[in-house]
Design a protein around this ligand. Sequence first.
Ligand code: 13P
Length: 254
Amino acid sequence: MEKERKLIVAGNWKSNKTVAESLALVGDLKRELAAVKEVDIVVCPPFTALESVSKAILDSNIRLGAQNMSENGYGAFTGEVAAGMLKEFSVGYVVLGHSERRQFQKESDALVARKAAAAHAANLVPIVCVGETLAEREAGITDRVVETQVRGSLAGLTPEQVEKTIIAYEPVWAIGTGKTATSAQAQETHAMIRKVVVAIHGDSVARRVRIQYGGSVKAANARELLSQPDIDGALVGGASLEVRSFADIIKNSI
Ligand code: 13P
């Protein structure tokens, strides 16, 4: 059955790749993926490669994302990157509240919500990440933890903004570990997230919001995961660093 939401597969390169390496990778991806129309394709290089990659993907079907941004605009915020700066490089998406930032930079749901509002104000699409730790899953509190993150990280957004927001469910125990949630586990949590959106903003917003899965996605498991009714794409870490594995994830999801 055709899904009413278009799949979106994004590569989160994390703190990897020089400018030269970034250009080599997107050059290969452009060639490999030129014919793909069925899936929205996004790459999220480090800030330092945004300008070069932006130029390299002009006139291609690959869109650009950043991995973080400031909740503030221009001003005295040393070390921060404001939404307007990203817009200069035609960035369209921004990953917010990744579990690595929640862990290492202590980002809270409230901060993520402020960043998401700032992203929307600049016409950037936020990819808001949520997900439970292994201890939380084992304690049987996955739904409670993820619901709290979803409600807190989307707090204050209008229904129109939520509809455009991408939610990425990334169980922390599946990130970079080779352990993927089973498609049934992932589908169950995605359906729960969609119900939370129904509860906050109603059916039509929830029907439109796209929910990506992330955590050890690779070519071999992409088709099974992305064919689940509430899984609308993938946020890919390790496997997005090589042309073959990232291109195959996209081709296998069609
Ligand atoms: P891996 O695909 O390396 O598990 O990383 C997932 C992730 O954190 C994407 O944001």
